[in-house]
Design a protein around this ligand. Structure first.
Ligand code: NAD
Length: 261
C-alpha cells in the first residue's frame, strides 16, 4: 500500500539504524526521501538501496548541529521535489556517559548540539516548507530522560532527550494551525550502530546503582528491538492514519522502561 505516494520526507541520521530503517520503510510506501547524514557514504548507500527497490531518494551530507548545513540539505530536498511533507528528526549520539562531576563542558555541549540543537535546527528550517500544505514531524527522543533515569552517567543524553519532548509539545501547539503535527517516539534498546558514538567512562560504570532485572531483555521480547519495528511506528505517525495525533510521545520498548524506569 503506497500510503505516502506523492509525499516528500527527510530523515536525519538516515544513514544508519533507526533513521535508515525509517527511510527504507517510507520509501517503500511511496515517499521520496532525502537521506540526511553527516556520514556521506552511509547516506549514499541508503539512497542506492532505496533506488534498487524502485524508490526515489537523495543523499544529503549534513551536520544537524550546523544551521547552514541542515538548512541547505532541507532546501535541496524541497527544491528537487517541490515540497516537503514529512520530517523525521532522528540524528543523535549517546555521547559521553560519565558522572556529572567528570562530564566536561565540551562533552555536554557536543551532546546538546547534536541531539537538542540539531532537532531545533531541523524543525526550524523545515517549517517554511511544511506550512505550505501541512505535514508531520517525528522526533526521536528516548526512554532515557522520559521514563528511565537510572542510567547513571547519561545526564547530558537524558537531558537532551527530555528537551526534545518539551520542544515537541511546544511545536505541536504552535504549528497546529498550519496542520503540522509534531510527535516524539521514545525507543528502548534498539539494535543499531549507536555504540560507535558512545563513550561510557570507567567512572560511569563504577557509579551504577545495582538494579535487578533480566539482563539484556525487554519484558515483551527478551531481546533488543529492531529498526524495522521502530520504522512501523514512524510510518504510522507520518501517514494520514494518525491524523488526530499530535503533541504525543510514543514509547516503543516492549515495556522495558516500565520495568527499569
Ligand atoms: P546510529 O548510530 O545507528 O545512527 C545514527 C546516525 O546519525 C548515524 O548514521 C550518524 O552518522 C548520524 N549522525 C550522528 N550525528 C549526526 C549529526 N550531527 N548530523 C547528521 N547525522 C548525524 O544510531 P541510532 O540508534 O539509529 O540512533 C538514532 C536516534 O535514536 C538517536 O537520536 C538516538 O538517541 C535514538 N535512540 C536510539 C536508541 C537505541 O537503542 N539505538 C534508543 C533510544 C533512542
Amino acid at each position: 500500500m503506497a500510503e505516502l505516494e506523492g509525499k516528500v520526507a527527510i530523515v536525519t541520521g538516515g544513514g544508519s539504524g533507526i533513521g535508515k530503517g525509517a527511510a527504507l520503510k517510507m520509501a517503500a510506501h511511496g515517499a521520496k526521501v532525502g537521506v540526511v547524514d553527516r556520514d556521506s557514504e552511509r547516506a549514499k548507500r541508503v539512497r542506492e538501496e532505496i533506488e534498487r527497490a524502485g524508490g526515489e531518494a537523495l543523499d544529503l551530507e549534513a551536520d544537524v548541529a550546523s544551521a547552514d548545513s541542515v538548512r541547505s540539505a532541507i532546501e535541496r530536498a524541497a527544491s528537487r521535489w517541490g515540497r516537503l511533507d514529512i520530517v523525521f528528526a532522528n540524528a543523535g549520539i549517546n555521547g559521553t556517559w560519565t558522572p556529572i562531576e567528570h562530564l566536561t563542558e565540551e562533552d555536554w555541549d557536543r551532546t546538546m548540539d547534536i541531539n537538542l540543537k540539531g532537532t531545533f535546527l531541523t524543525l526550524k528550517h523545515a517549517i517554511p516548507h511544511l506550512k505550505r500544505q501541512g505535514g508531520s514531524v517525528i522526533i526521536t527522543s528516548s526512554v532515557n530522560g522520559n521514563r528511565i533515569f537510572s542510567n547513571i552517567g547519561a545526564s547530558a543524553y537524558s537531558t537532551s532527550k527530555a528537551g526534545q519532548v518539551a520542544l515537541m509539545q511546544m511545536a505541536a501547539l504552535e504549528l497546529a494551525e498550519h496542520r503540522i503535527r509534531v510527535n516524539a517516539i521514545c525507543p528502548g534498546a534498539i539494535r543499531t550502530n549507536i555504540g560507535e558514538n558512545t563513550n561510557k567512562t570507567p567512572e560511569a560504570e563504577a557509579a551504577q546503582i545495582p538494579v535487578e532485572y533480566p539482563e539484556g531483555s525487554n519484558p515483551l521480547a527478551h531481546r533488543p528491538g529492531t529498526p524495522e519495528q521502530v520504522a512501523e511506528l514512524v510510518l504510522f505517525l507520518a501517514s494520514p492514519r494518525s491524523s488526530l495525533i499530535t503533541g504525543t510521545k510514543a514509547y516503543i520498548d516492549g515495556a522495558e522502561s516500565l520495568l527499569i524506569g
